[in-house]
Design a protein around this ligand. Structure first.
Ligand code: NAP
Ligand code: F7E
Length: 329
């Protein structure tokens, strides 16, 4: 039975990846931080077969302990401070967790292999935010990186450190440059879930309107369930490498609003949405659209869920949740 250790187990991707690996017969271990993590209950409810270990990406010894206990064949480093807007206000902390945390994870794996002789394949959760002020459209594995946020800068560090460990120590370390991927499990601070939750509440008469920032930004949004499959595929290859994972189709926030409001029968949303500079970022990533030709040709990976279906899935899930919470039909 193969064994996997996942950091960021309580996050959106950690949940989907653990379900995927459990369905493939893996023994799954998940690293959870904090002495009383509020997400523990949900984790135990959704994936009761995951073995929970405590630890933190900023604490090398805790990672070493987790590795000694899990003895994984595969290590998926999904843990990060992942909210871009927050990273300007907490730049140093973001650097420590999202950037230096990758070095800690790589070092822990390298030292574990030296001590035990066990080879561990490593996955790093890199991000399209690294492309930032995009130098080509669409973006692929050769596009120059030009991050626009402390989060993006930290991810660039982790990305190059992963490549460096592969080249310096021959580690099977792969980096997935994933474009935005969403789901009903997306945190409510991200724009897709903020919109799907608000649209559900507005249609049930629980909320009057929605306040957003920049409506012109464009994102290449896919479904998280599809993207974790790409992570797993990368670690099944003979040689480690880097891959862009995306749908190749981009939409504005306005198009997201069109799709979400139309799900509840509202064609003109302008009366519900206002803009506030509070949600506008100091530097924006205007146009993200990925080219996943390499992943398609070498991994045989392609996204299954399209934009409209994804948005409908999220709004319908939030409608069900809001009906349950409020008792309204
Ligand atoms: P998420 O829902 O925000 O989950 C982040 C996870 O990291 C949570 O489990 C969180 O734990 C954990 N974490 C935070 N600080 C930590 C620390 N100091 N030590 C250990 N773990 C820590 O993010 P996601 O959407 O699942 O994304 C997974 C990974 O992919 C992240 O690295 C993200 O940056 C990257 N990524 C995401 C996307 C996307 O569109 N979703 C795209 C590209 C790359 P708590 O629950 O305790 O906070
Ligand atoms: O913003 C605009 C905002 O916060 C998307 C993370 O998973 O994907 C995610 O980062 C866009 C931006 O995601 C609001 O300005 C407008 O242009 O949903 P988001 P993100 O910043 O793209 C990447 C790939 C990651 O790696 C990250 O970890 O939407 N926007 N108005 C808004 N965004 C938010 N959050 N809230 C608004 O009110």
């Amino acid at each position: 039975m193969p064994r996997a250790l996942i950091t960021g187990i309580t996050g959106q991707d950690g949940l989907y990846l653990s379900e995927l690996l459990l369905s493939k017969g893996y023994e799954v271990y998940g690293l959870m931080r904090g002495q009383n993590n509020p997400k523990r209950e949900l984790l135990e409810q959704l994936v009761p077969d995951v073995h929970i270990l405590t630890g933190d990406l900023t604490d090398l010894a805790s990672l070493m302990r987790a590795l000694a206990e899990a003895r994984p064949d595969e290590f998926y480093n999904l843990g990060a401070i992942s909210f871009v807007a927050y990273s300007w206000e907490n730049a140093h902390l973001t650097t420590e967790v999202t950037g230096t945390g990758v070095l800690n994870a790589l070092e822990a794996v390298r030292l574990h292999t030296l001590a035990t002789g066990q080879d561990v394949r490593f996955y790093q959760a890199s991000s399209s935010e690294m492309f930032g002020k995009v130098q080509t459209v669409p973006q692929n594995e050769d596009t120059l990186l030009w991050p626009r946020s402390p989060y993006g800068v930290a991810k660039v560090y982790g990305h190059y450190m992963t490549i460096n460990f592969r080249e310096s120590y021959g580690m099977h370390a792969s980096s997935g440059v994933l474009f935005n991927h969403e789901s009903p499990r997306r945190g409510p601070e991200f724009v897709t879930r903020k919109v799907s939750q608000a649209v559900a509440r507005i249609s049930l008469g629980l909320q009057d309107g929605l306040v957003l920032g920049n409506l012109e930004a464009q994102r290449d949004w896919g479904f998280a369930g599809d993207y974790v499959e790409a992570m797993w595929l990368m670690l099944q290859q003979d040689a480690a490498d880097d891959y862009v994972i995306s749908t190749g189709v981009t939409h504005t926030i306005r198009a997201l609003l069109d799709a979400a409001f139309s799900t509840v029968g509202i064609d003109d949303w302008t009366g519900y949405v206002t803009q506030d500079p509070r949600f506008v970022r100091p530097a924006e990533v205007d146009l993200l659209v990925g080219d996943s030709t390499k992943a398609r040709e070498r991994l045989g990976w392609a996204p299954k869920v399209g934009f409209e279906e994804l948005v409908r899935m999220m709004v319908e899930s939030d409608l069900a949740e809001q009906r349950r919470i409020s008792g309204r039909s």
